[in-house]
Design a protein around this ligand. Structure first.
Ligand SMILES: Cc1ncc(COP(=O)(O)O)c(C=O)c1O
Length: 486
């Protein structure tokens, strides 16, 4: 009998290569500060280094790892560098990475409870834990009327919330007959662009997404929201949904959830609270005042993949009334029918989001929560906030700079007083240097720099060095600008 031909990796090969990959990742993290934070790659450069055609014969795993080092690394922007201060963080951690690896190792597709009961039940359990950990209302618990589900991103969570709000407002009729062009949704001018995308996909239409004005702190004006809702009702339209943001992307502004929630209650509108980044701060009771009124929310989400050490992707989304979400998204074709589902005793998460198939994401979240404990998570969140607040104080003390928006947590928006060109030059020079990575926004029409503290290993020395480098480049940029203007 001849041995059956196989191209697969043997278990022993897997063990050897797996150890090599884990070693590579550990070494990468140990030397991460030696790389330029923002990849210096030019468009097309990485592809040029790749062979034009795929290999006809399989190659050795060692050759693959060598190419990761030679071809891929130069094209990596090092999000896990402690000198990464751009956008919002997307932090990772040892337990998160290993939990994700285990999820791949198990290779589970958890669309139904019966396709891996542990995948569903661990998720439900961890999501219930988080309700308590974040001080969220009890109605979000699976033992009450609500429940939580892990989505890929905050964008998907917003879409699901908007769809549920749309269906509730039309008595589940728009799923059947389509939208009639009369549904209206509300967010602020500072709301994340994912809401605009959700309005497009949900058939609301971007023109029917009202962007409500904000106050001088970039927070939604609830009285402007109320006025707009009333005007839309008078015009015969059907208001259905409001998104309040706890920590806007641009400047970390906090919409007044309590006052916005009151408007929603009066007009029976679905209130979605988007706390994508800042939700993690709610691990610490002293920050929960920033989302006062959250008990009025119909849905809530935050991204552990931003600031809670759980590598991308992981979004936690809760609803107060799971029936509304399930009625919006449930479809049961014959081939998915099974006894557990029919019994009504289980959760089938495929009914809680857009896609059917789903990864075992709760494993990494569970690993992170168990590794750090509430105390460890709170410690690092508080430390990031402390570092950002210290940075804001340095900016305030330097009369060449100004803080451009309130900094309630770990994001500081600031600018050099020399104007847009100087700020652009400071940012470009810093990012080109590779020493750190900063991004910008526009506030009141002015280019504004953002320092976002939240990478897992960012410590005082990194923030101190960032401030030193910012001042160095500011001097050069301001001098060059003065020369240009004679
Ligand atoms: C407030 C807010 N909402 C939504 C998002 C979108 O996040 P995701 O990439 O998970 O869709 C972001 C991203 O930065 C955000 O800051």
């Amino acid at each position: 009998m001849t041995a059956e031909k196989s191209f697969h990796m043997t278990p022993d090969e897997f063990r050897r290569c797996g150890h090599a990959v884990v070693d590579w990742i550990a070494d990468y993290h140990a030397r991460i500060e030696s790389f330029p934070v923002l990849s210096p790659a030019k468009p097309g450069e990485i592809r040029t280094a790749l062979p034009a055609n795929p290999p006809a014969q399989g190659e050795s795993f060692d050759a693959l790892l060598k190419d990761v080092e030679r071809v891929i690394l130069p094209g990596i922007t090092h999000w896990q560098s402690p000198n990464f201060f751009a956008y919002f963080p997307c932090n990772a951690s040892g337990p998160g990475i290993l939990g994700d690896l285990l999820s791949s190792g198990l290779g589970v597709q958890g669309m139904l409870w019966s396709t891996s009961p542990a995948c569903t039940e661990l998720e439900t359990h961890v999501m219930d834990w988080l309700v308590g950990m974040l001080g969220l209302p009890e109605k979000f618990l699976s033992s009450k009327t609500g429940g939580g589900v892990i989505q890929d991103t905050a964008s998907s969570a917003a879409l699901c919330a908007l769809l549920a709000g749309r269906e509730r407002a039309t008595n589940y009729g728009s799923n059947k007959k389509g939208c009639n062009g009369k549904l209206v949704a509300y967010a602020s001018t500072q709301t994340h662009s994912s809401l605009e995308k959700a309005a497009m996909i949900a058939g609301i239409g971007v023109e029917n997404l009202r962007l409500i004005e904000v106050d001088e702190q970039f927070a939604m004006r609830p009285e402007a929201l109320a006025k707009q809702v009333e005007a839309d009702k008078r015009a015969g339209l059907t208001p259905c949904f409001v998104c309040a943001t706890v920590g806007t992307t641009s400047s970390n502004a906090m919409d007044p959830v309590d006052a916005v929630g009151e408007v929603c209650r009066q007009h029976n509108l679905w209130l979605h609270v988007d706390a994508a980044m800042s939700g993690t701060a709610m691990l610490c009771p002293e920050f929960r005042h920033l989302q006062r009124g959250v008990e009025l929310a119909d849905s809530y989400n935050f991204n552990p993949h931003k600031w809670m050490f759980t590598n991308f992707d992981c979004n936690c989304f809760w609803v107060a009334d799971r029936k509304a979400l399930i009625q919006t998204l449930s479809i049961l074709p014959e081939y998915l029918r099974n006894q557990a589902t029919e019994s009504g005793a289980v959760i089938d998460y495929r009914d809680w989001h857009i896609q059917l198939g789903r990864r075992f994401r709760s494993l990494k979240l569970w690993f992170v929560i168990r590794h750090y404990g509430i105390e460890g998570l709170q410690h690092h969140v508080r430390e990031h906030v402390r570092l950002a607040q210290e940075f804001a104080a340095w900016v305030k003390d330097d009369d060449r700079f100004e803080v451009a928006a309130p900094a309630p947590l770990n994001l500081v928006c600031f600018r050099h007083k020399g104007g847009d060109a100087v700020n652009q030059a400071i940012m470009d020079r810093l990012n080109r240097s590779g020493d750190l990575y900063l991004t910008h926004t526009k506030l009141n029409g002015k280019l504004t720099l953002r320092l976002s503290v939240g990478q897992t290993n960012t410590k005082a020395r990194h923030v101190e060095n960032a401030w030193k480098r910012i001042r160095e480049e500011a001097e050069k940029a301001a001098a060059a600008d003065a020369r240009r203007h004679g």
